[in-house]
Design a protein around this ligand. Sequence first.
Ligand code: SF4
Length: 263
Amino acid sequence: MHIPQNWLLEQDPSPLNEDAPDMLRIHSIETFGTHDGPGIRMVVFAQGCQFRCLYCANPDTWDVKGGAFKPIDDIVQMAIHQKPYFGKKGGVTISGGEPTLQRSKLLTLFQKLHQAGINTALDSNGRLLNDEVKALLNETDYLLLDVKHINDEWHHQLTGLSNSSVLKVAEYRESTGKPMWLRYVLVPGWSDQEEYLHQLGQHFKDYTTIEKIEIQPYHRLGVHKWEALQMEYQLSNVPPPSKELLAKVAAIFQLYFKEVQVN
Ligand code: SF4
């Protein structure tokens, strides 16, 4: 299936916000996650995404009408049961898909988690920034912001959409003084251009709320899902980044960020 590059721009950025107000539309839930935020976490993968990243490992999360409804209170109860394992740093992360498509429901969820003494993290692609997203960000202890590319044309090619809202989300987060981690998927030939890596560093170097940047090496683990959905996987000839490339990119980011982590 060929994915048109402009149809997404016309999509309503809030298709999931109003249906079934007490329920989240989710893809899956992972317990004892250690890769999505600090400490040991329960990770809820929200259903629905309007980016179309060429390397997406979870294209089965895209369909805004897919997944399954889960009552928000059930998720809170699950988290309360797991709370003893979270320790001082752990908590609940909402990933996706793109969680902010369900922002008003997530605000309710995060408020209830906070009432239960559980910390919250939001893994977002920065799809949009409006008052509802700002309210959600204000209730989010850790923002994990995926910056797919600093150059807007390349961002379009990689995701189907502009990076302008991503940068606005980062700017807003900085204005609140609350912590964020940046996440950068390193795709050879697509997001490894030295010029743009420096540009990304320059853009964010004075941000005080960025605790670290995580480099996520491109992988092909989701290719079978593309095949199952009968979609053309355009990166089939792209190899994962070599150790040398990862080291080079990490060295560039170290010029600008206080902590660089290769996942
Ligand atoms: S933002 Fe995430 S879920 Fe959405 S297409 Fe990109 S990688 Fe996939």
